[in-house]
Design a protein around this ligand. Sequence first.
Ligand SMILES: Nc1ncnc2c1ncn2[C@@H]1O[C@H](COP(=O)(O)OP(=O)(O)O)[C@@H](O)[C@H]1O
Ligand SMILES: [Mg+2]
Length: 218
Amino acid sequence: MSFQFTGLIVCGTDTDIGKTVVSAWLVQGLNATYWKPIQSGLDTGGDTAQVCKILNLSRERWLPEAYKFQAAVSPHWAAEKERKCIDPKKLKIPSGRHNLVIETAGGLFVPLNRQLLQIDQLMQWSLPVVLVAKTGLGTLNHTLLSIESLRSRHIPILGLILNGPTHEDNPKTLEAFGNIKILGHLPPLEELNSKELADEWHKQSLSTKFKQLLRNTN
Ligand SMILES: Nc1ncnc2c1ncn2[C@@H]1O[C@H](COP(=O)(O)OP(=O)(O)O)[C@@H](O)[C@H]1O
Ligand SMILES: [Mg+2]
């Protein structure tokens, strides 16, 4: 895929919801560069390493984190544990970059410091959001709350990507109550690798969908 856009932000309705795996899906499908500005939980392995491993990503396709912390806790606290404080000035989109896929830390209301939430930082970035949500029980509440929070701050949403086993009712209920499009659905993959992700990407015609959406927003 060879078209240019500024960037998009991968947010999740929760932690452990599939943001990293979906980011890898998008990085590959959109021929993009991956950036995880704030990484907490290096104790349990970082997301950049995970994306590089899944995609066998070359060095020029990922940017180093602005902040990395050991503890697997909210970024504001992970920083404090290391006597640091996240400064939003260090989170500016690197200049001259395009086709960026930026993975946020945790959910929208995760604090970055004692004054700033993740969602406040999204307003500064002014890039469109892809919201990752699980397919199963609990997703309706979490996803609809997340959509409402983004919309009330005028943060553009490209759409949802669902992650997990097929669910009979949730997709249509999310689309209806959320007034939102489900762009893609990533099923549980036995092996997380570039080929499995590419197969799903093509099966769901995601290049065409994203090309249209990103043309209108970037
Ligand atoms: N579609 C999927 N198929 C297989 N494993 C998945 C899938 N989505 C997520 N996982 C696994 O679930 C865990 C959480 O996913 P991850 O993408 O790291 O979530 P997040 O970035 O939101 O914290 C990881 O171990 C990941 O490998
Ligand atoms: Mg992650």
